[in-house]
Structures are given as structure tokens and as C-alpha cells.
Ligand binder design. Structure first.
Ligand code: CUA
Length: 327
């Protein structure tokens, strides 16, 4: 029975693949260590449950009161028993504490040399990712190569948030005026969703992100693209009119498009069109959704600092054409 319960865990994990934010399907060494600990502890906990409940059931059946049976012998003050049931739980607690503490030390140790450094800045309500050694700045979509350790330095621009991509491991709080760290080595390629896990205001639930783990060559390709200057829109196109609008209606005050504007309140848009989502990974990055978003941001995401600019449909079309040109 214990064995079948222990065997159930991997089965649950497989079933959980249909649920992208499951914690039972580890995709990094860090998440793997946590999973190992969970599986081991569940095994021992189930074993204890079965033994204790088994003894209880046998006792109830075998020693239940029968007519004419003598009074049972009192065990009060039995030194051997007292010592036994004091030491046994202490041993059990030690057996839980040793692997737990050792896992904490392993996952909290300094990142290996050569880890990919990423500065994560949490904002109400989006994620900024800066790669200081690569000169890349992006938002809501964290790209990392498979197999290489990644060290995240977590900081907040405003309130307390929590960085959480379940596939790569546990949550880590992102606290203002304090640096937290988290490192992991992704072991499978894929796209894994994550989100803020600390109540941080009205759009806390709209503070999501995507982790993209890719082969090293794809990652290098992505870095090259992100470092390149933004695409130059064709002369006389809607995108050119859109760029003028971008500079004049207020977008430029909050957003950076390298070489065009230098706002820092909102996400860097230099390569917006290369990202799969917008608005804190809440909406897909399609022309239609981009238009709806620009038309009335607070209606799409409560509390967002991005204001409704009251643009005409034609102006929105031009702006979307420009933003879509930022590949
Ligand atoms: Cu940020 Cu919740």
C-alpha cells in the first residue's frame, strides 16, 4: 500500500502536465531537489500513517471490552514506554529535518561561476528583465539557455512582489530596498508560465510572466536580436506615422525604444514585437489586442499606470503598425 501510494506521485506529476503551473513537474535542478524532498517525505509520512493506524485498528479489535474480561493492566509510569515514545518522534523529526535543511543549504548556496546574470525588477504590475553583461532589457518574457545556471537578482521598484515560475522552483519574495537572489539550472527546453505570488495591489493577478528555456544557439540568436537597434519603418508607411504619434502623444515619456525615446516608467518596447504577450503577459501580442490595450488600458488591466489617451481609431491603427514593426 505504501509502495502504491509512493508510485502514485509520479503518476500525479504526469497528469499534472496538463496544468502548466503545477509544482509537481520540475524542469530545473532547483525544482528537482524540492520534488525529491517532497517524494521522500511523503513516502515516510505515509509509512508512519499506515503503521500507526494499523496498530490502532489491531488494538481496537483485539483489546476491546468483552463481557467478563478482567481490567486491563495500567501502563501509567512505564519508564520504558515513556522513553520509547519520546525518542521515536524525535528521531522522526530529525529524519525530516536533515534532508530539509540540507536541501535549503544546497538551493541557497552561491550560484556557480559563469551563471547567466539577470536583474529582475518587479513593478506594479509587470516584470522587467535586464541582462547586465549582455546589454539586453526586456519585459515579462525571460529567455534563458537550457543547461546553463541562471542567477536572478530580484529587486522591486515599488511594493513587495514574489517571483514564481513553478516549473523551475519555489517562490522568492521581491522586496523594496533589498536584494534577493535565486539561481537554477533549467534542464528542459520549453515555455513555462509564472506569476507574482505576493498580493501587491489591484492587478496582482495580472502580473504574469513567461519563462522561455531554449537551446543555446536560439538564445544567442535572441540576444543578438534584442541588442540590435529597432527596425526602421518604411517611408510613408502607417508605422512612420505611428512613430511620430509615439513621440508626440505621450508614449515616449514612459517607454524606451532605443534611439527613439528613453522613458523608464513602463516596459522597454525596443523589440516589443518579438514578445508573445503584452500588459504583464496577460494578453497575447496580436495587432487586435494591442489596439484594444492602447485604446483603454485601465479597462483591460485595473490600476495600470498606462493612461487612456483618447486616441482615434486611425491613430491607434498607426501606433499598432509602428509597435508591430519593432521586431
Ligand atoms: Cu506583484 Cu503580486
Amino acid at each position: 500500500m505504501v509502495l502504491s501510494l509512493a508510485l502514485l506521485l509520479p503518476t500525479l506529476a504526469r497528469a499534472a502536465q496538463r496544468f502548466p503551473q503545477t509544482t509537481l513537474d520540475p524542469q530545473s535542478d532547483y525544482a528537482g531537489l524540492i520534488q525529491r524532498l517532497l517524494v521522500d517525505l511523503v513516502f515516510w509520512v505515509v509509512l508512519i500513517l499506515v503503521v500507526v493506524e494499523g496498530v490502532l485498528i489491531v488494538t481496537v479489535l483485539r483489546f476491546r471490552a468483552r463481557p467478563g474480561a478482567p481490567q486491563p493492566k495500567a501502563v501509567h509510569g512505564n519508564t520504558a514506554l515513556e522513553i520509547a515514545w519520546t525518542i521515536a518522534p524525535a528521531l522522526i523529526l530529525a529524519a525530516i529535518a536533515v534532508p530539509t535543511v540540507s536541501t535549503i543549504f544546497r538551493t541557497q548556496s552561491p550560484a556557480p561561476a559563469g551563471a547567466l546574470a539577470v536583474r529582475v525588477v518587479a513593478h506594479q504590475w509587470w516584470w522587467e528583465f535586464r541582462y547586465p553583461r549582455l546589454g539586453v532589457v526586456t519585459a515579462n518574457e525571460l529567455h534563458v539557455p537550457v543547461g546553463r545556471p541562471v542567477e536572478l537578482t530580484l529587486e522591486s521598484a515599488d511594493v513587495i512582489h514574489s517571483f514564481w515560475v513553478p516549473a523551475i522552483g519555489g517562490k522568492r519574495d521581491v522586496v523594496p530596498a533589498h536584494l534577493n537572489r535565486l539561481w537554477f539550472t533549467p534542464r528542459t527546453t520549453g515555455t513555462f508560465p509564472g506569476q507574482c505570488a505576493e498580493m501587491c495591489g489591484i492587478s496582482h493577478a495580472n502580473m504574469r510572466m513567461t519563462l522561455v528555456v531554449e537551446p543555446p544557439t536560439d538564445f544567442e540568436h535572441w540576444v543578438t536580436l534584442q541588442r540590435s537597434p529597432p527596425a526602421e519603418p518604411a517611408a510613408d508607411s502607417a508605422a512612420v506615422r505611428g512613430r511620430e504619434m509615439f513621440e508626440n502623444v505621450g508614449c515616449a515619456a514612459c517607454h524606451t525604444v532605443r534611439g527613439v525615446s528613453a522613458g523608464v516608467l513602463g516596459p522597454d518596447l525596443t523589440h516589443l514585437a518579438s514578445r508573445s504577450s503584452i500588459a504583464g503577459a496577460v494578453y497575447p501580442n496580436t495587432p487586435e489586442m494591442l489596439g484594444k490595450w492602447i485604446e483603454d488600458p485601465p479597462a483591460r488591466k485595473p490600476g495600470t499606470q498606462m493612461p487612456k489617451l483618447g486616441l482615434q481609431p486611425g491613430q491607434i491603427t498607426d501606433l499598432v503598425a509602428y509597435l508591430r514593426s519593432l521586431r
